[in-house]
Design a protein. Structure first.
Length: 357
């Protein structure tokens, strides 16, 4: 492992392939900036460390298959992940107070991943390496993996790949362009995902994931828009991956200042402004977001983790075979909880999932 903090550098795959592992470890290559402004953190796991990490997870296989205590299991995979990530505090700090995203390259994934899932369920014959990496990394850096009963069948680790019959939806189940958004923008802050961890298993035709940070958006907003976006002038609509009714729409702001830090929540394709003035401010916000997009180009084993309160994400149209997995993280919700949104959105009852995934 090697943590590198410094200005972003663009290195092409050809350049990287030309180096030995030793050299590559000393280089910075993570999110390729379309527009770079400041410092970013990237972690590179060496091939040797990756193999070691994978072996440790393989030794857990039986335990994972029969796991009935998700908390214990997450603790275990998190202790393992923690050994390969270097300075965990630095990563946590970057996520909470910094730009809000970190890339970990070279994570282990399962062997023989040729068949993509075509539904929201994980393939039955798949081993648990990538899931253990996602849960482990998310927890090792201070966030509790959790999910929602109404999303992706209540799974703790989500399959992010086109789902048969949903290709045309602008969602994580679709293939068409998915505009910049925060996940669960319509949800109250205490149950909204604070972090998203995305792990690449396959991305044959290079469909980048796009990110934009709050600071880069704020730097381009007029004071009048800042005010408009900070007031409850917008209807937030649930995404169509959530199996909830229209009554779940919520009226709120897009920008909020929490504990002295700016945050944002919006799905730019579905948010409905209440007034014409709010519509103009939303347009300005979207323009600022689009002109500050950072694109992460995937390689299998890349794990991108970002603060869902301080970054928006999206992607272009999916062309080839593409399979990511995702895990939500929170400091408010407990490890392994699956929130049932249909009971009482103000005070959701939760249940602990069994078995593990
Ligand atoms: O497919 C991607 O790159 C991102 C999809 C997405 O929005 C998500 O997983 O929440
Ligand atoms: Fe998303």
């Amino acid at each position: 492992m090697n943590i590198i903090a410094g200005p972003l550098t663009k290195l092409t795959k050809e350049v990287i392939d030309g180096f030995t592992n030793d050299v590559v470890e000393k280089l910075i290559y993570s999110v390729t900036p379309i527009k770079s402004n400041g410092v970013n953190i990237s972690v590179e796991v060496s091939v040797e460390q990756k193999n070691h990490w994978k072996k440790e997870l393989c030794n857990l296989t039986q335990q994972i298959k029969s796991a009935s205590d998700i908390e214990l299991l997450v603790d275990e995979v998190s202790m393992i992940a923690g050994k390969y990530l270097g300075d965990l505090k630095l990563i946590t700090k970057e996520l909470r107070n910094g730009k809000g995203y970190v890339v970990i390259r070279g994570c282990p994934v399962d062997d023989g991943l040729n068949e993509l899932p075509t539904s929201i369920s994980r393939p039955k014959n798949k081993s648990f390496i990538s899931e253990s990496v996602l849960l482990g990394v998310t927890h090792a850096i201070g966030f509790n993996p959790y999910g929602f009963k109404q999303e992706k069948n209540g799974a703790l680790v989500h399959e992010i790949t086109p789902v048969t019959g949903k290709e045309e939806t602008a969602s994580s189940n679709g293939m068409v362009e998915f505009m910049m958004h925060a996940d669960g923008a319509y949800l109250s802050r205490d149950i909204r995902p604070e972090t998203l961890s995305l792990l690449c298993l396959i991305d044959e035709e290079n469909t980048d994931t796009r990110l934009v940070t709050i600071n880069s958006i704020l730097s381009e907003l007029e004071p009048k828009s800042l005010e408009m976006l900070s007031d409850p002038n917008f209807f937030h609509v649930p995404p169509n991956t959530f199996d909830v009714g229209d009554e779940a729409n919520s009226l709120g702001s897009i920008l909020d200042k929490v504990d002295g830090l700016w945050e944002m929540k919006v799905a730019t394709h579905s948010c409905e402004p209440k007034t014409l003035a709010a519509k103009i401010s939303l347009k300005e916000f979207i323009n600022a977001a689009e002109s500050n997009v950072i694109a992460h180009s995937w390689r299998p084993g890349d794990l991108l983790i970002f603060n869902n309160f301080r970054c928006l994400h999206g992607r272009g149209e999916i062309k080839g075979k593409r399979w990511l997995q995702r895990c939500y993280g929170s400091r408010k919700v407990n490890v392994g909880e699956i929130i049932n949104l249909n009971l009482n959105p103000a005070c959701p009852e939760t249940q602990v999932v069994t078995p593990a995934f």
